[in-house]
Design a protein around this ligand. Structure first.
Ligand code: PRX
Length: 657
């Protein structure tokens, strides 16, 4: 195959019409699942089928009831069972003589490497569990974690799991303000953070930033990572000192299957993020099964790399819990995909002999831009399976991934799921099903997905509708932390005559083969580079700036990031909307939420389109931002507003001021 970008372009254009990609004989021959019998078996009795998969875990006590659905939508899986996540991730592998196996080949931004074994993780985790307890953390207390991609983040999570303290990990790209908010909402007892974090050759003084906003926790543990100047106050404890002082053994707490494992805040349609709560037994069952079978994993031989950040659910389920439950060897990279150079991912794939690679469409599109020459410089022949997650993948990016990275021999699994679902829900099983570029595939065994209309009736195949999940699944969220009402309202109130049907929030269609084509969100959630943000959250950050009277935020299609944020802003007072104010507002949003939430574009608007009752019509703003014909404007108080905005958007910012 040619490796020049233009040559590749030509080949991809030829492939664009090809609808299906069947697994090769080689792939099928070695696959754990090579036909449809598993789907059929699970469909007969999904709960019983999941119970069989739960046996892959080690339980201290077996469950009495597989699925307790007496009080929908508050479901309980494996009720009465007792287990411990850290025991399942670590002890049992070490006890079976696999302590020396590398759990993570860790690579630092500046080229350092660490081989993190299962035995090391187990010792560190036990010490950390003791250290947390020595500082007052008890079973049931929430512990915040705000760390970069370093092995200590895994230790921190598993130490919490060992003593049954639910962790609340905040993505390292969020601002200290966001961390504080999440610590407040979750009533965290302690926070585990870092002196500084490296990003593309620069060091951010994380602990200083955390101190500047003040954290509402009793203890702050600080991992020493960069050596950057780091003030330590009375409530601050160095992580390495606390671990050294702690005993190296701490028995895993036998926890109820429904004991909370973690809270992960995610954006919804209001400004307040939702504390998505996952519990232990069902969640671990689903992530272990899906990680094993969707990636067709052989823990003895595979080297797996999920390029996500641990701060997102993908990192929780498919960097930490899934891979460790399965006892496999992973790669963990601290840095950005373009640092120290744009070929670093492929360099590391070659170096560690990566066999399974899991990333997001936005990253694939970035790599496409950088050129097919970069992966071609490396020996990627060990690769045998590729995965995608986070947003719909456009067929061109799919084909590029398949051809340029996978050499045309690796199946691509496009995995659809959400923070709420805990694990993968819709995809193809690589040895058993054809892939169709752009479609995630079919519901996994034991998962009951439907496409419904507004009234809850299934829409005919080929027509767009709302994605729904009709039956509880083991990895599902159990509630929103301290907000049961919002849990019921958000997910189980769309179709009142079907109280157990989960409303996903995505539009989709199903084709005649039962493959699902996810179109995107139907609520006010924006997906920027696979990161989920709420329009309301960004709006409330913008209007908190003194110069702003009003703001409306919408998503615009973006070639690189999938969607991008456009903010329509009406100013207050005398200040003019100019480049300086635009930069200031972007920084303001970065400080309040994080850099990922900065609007790509700000359109100064003398007025916003409003109904006569004063409601902002975001639908029209979305049309303007994406250059579509405007929908009905007759309900607007002042239809002329739209003409003005159309003109400004079309002028691509030249005269925004
Ligand atoms: O809209 C869907 C999109 O991402 C949303 C979930 O976002 P989050 O909770 O942040 O989890 C992302 C990683 C699991 C979904 O509602 N989404 C995720 N994966 C896909 C997808 N859209 C299409 N295809 C996918 N494979």
């Amino acid at each position: 195959m040619t490796s020049t970008t233009t040559g590749v372009e030509r080949e991809l254009d030829e492939l664009l019409g090809r609808e299906r990609f069947a697994p090769s004989e080689g792939v099928r021959g070695r696959a754990l699942i090579a036909d449809g019998t598993v789907h059929a078996e699970a469909a007969q009795d999904p709960a019983a089928w999941w119970a069989r998969q739960a046996e892959a875990l080690d339980w201290f006590e077996r469950w009495d009831t597989v699925l307790d659905d007496a009080n929908p939508p508050f479901y309980r899986w494996f009720a009465g069972g007792k287990l411990n996540a850290s025991y399942n991730c670590l002890d049992r592998h070490v006890e079976a003589g696999r302590g020396d196996r590398v759990a993570f080949h860790w690579h630092g931004e500046e080229g350092e490497t660490r081989a993190i074994t299962y035995a090391w993780l187990l010792e560190q985790t036990q010490r950390a569990a003791n250290a947390l307890e020595a500082h007052g953390v008890r079973t049931g207390d929430v512990v915040g974690i705000f760390l970069p991609m370093i092995p200590e983040v895994v230790v921190a999570m598993l130490a919490c799991a060992r003593i049954g303290a639910p962790h609340n990990v905040v993505f390292g790209g969020f601002s200290a303000e966001s961390v504080k908010e999440r610590m407040e909402f979750s009533e965290a007892k302690a926070l585990i953070t870092v002196d500084g974090a490296r990003r593309k050759g620069k060091t951010a003084a994380v602990k200083r930033a955390v101190d500047a906003v003040g954290m509402p926790v009793q203890t702050t543990f600080v991992v020493r990572h960069t050596g950057v100047d780091c003030p330590m106050g009375e409530r601050d404890v160095w992580w390495h000192e606390a671990l050294e002082a702690a005993a190296p053994e701490r028995a895993p707490e036998p926890l109820d299957a429904e004991h909370p494992l973690y809270i992960l805040y995610s954006s919804g349609s209001t400004a307040k993020p939702k504390g998505i709560l996952h519990t232990t037994g069902g969640y671990l069952t689903q992530v272990a099964w899906t990680h094993r079978h969707v990636f067709d994993l052989d823990p003895e031989t595979d080297v797996y790399w999920c390029s996500a950040d641990v701060g997102w659910v993908t990192g929780h389920s498919y960097i930490v819990y899934g891979p460790l439950l399965n006892g496999c060897t992973s790669v963990m990279y601290e840095g950005a995909p373009d640092y120290p150079h744009k070929g670093i991912w492929w360099e590391l794939c070659e170096r560690d002999g990566v066999t399974i690679f899991y990333t997001a469409p936005t990253a694939i599109r970035a790599c496409m831009k950088w050129g097919a020459e970069l992966p071609a410089r490396h020996d990627l022949s060990a690769l045998r399976l590729l995965g995608s997650v986070g947003e719909p993948i456009n067929p061109k990016a799919w084909l590029w991934y398949w051809k340029v990275v996978g050499g045309g021999r690796c199946p691509v699994v496009d995995t659809w799921w959400q923070t709420e679902t805990g694990g993968i829900m819709v995809t193809t099983l690589p040895g058993a099903q054809d892939a169709k570029p752009g479609s995630a595939g079919t519901p996994l065994p034991g998962i009951d997905v439907a496409v419904l209309d507004e009234d809850g009736a299934p829409v005919p195949d080929g027509r767009q509708g709302l994605l729904a999940i009709r039956r509880p699944w083991p990895g599902m969220l159990r509630t929103l932390f301290k907000d049961e009402q919002r849990y019921v309202e958000t997910y189980f109130s769309k179709w009142p005559d079907q109280p157990g049907t989960y409303f996903v929030g995505d539009a989709a269609r199903r084709d005649a083969d039962g493959y699902h084509w996810v179109i995107g969100r139907v609520d006010d959630v924006i997906n920027v580079s696979g990161h989920r943000l709420s329009t309301a959250e960004v709006e409330s950050a913008i209007v908190a700036h003194a110069a702003v009277a009003e703001a409306a935020v919408v998503a615009q299609h973006d070639e690189d990031t999938g969607q991008a944020i456009v903010a329509f802003v009406t100013l207050a007072g005398e200040r003019a909307g100019d480049a300086a104010l635009e930069a200031e507002l972007r920084e303001h949003v970065a400080a309040r939420i994080g850099k990922l939430a900065r609007p790509k574009r700000i359109v100064w608007s003398a007025d916003l389109p409003k109904t006569r009752s004063g409601k902002i019509m975001r639908r029209l703003l979305r049309d303007v931002a994406e250059g579509r014909e405007l929908g009905d404007v007759t309900t607007l108080r002042d239809p002329a507003v739209m003409e003005e905005l159309k003109r400004k958007v079309a002028a691509r910012g030249d005269d925004d001021a």
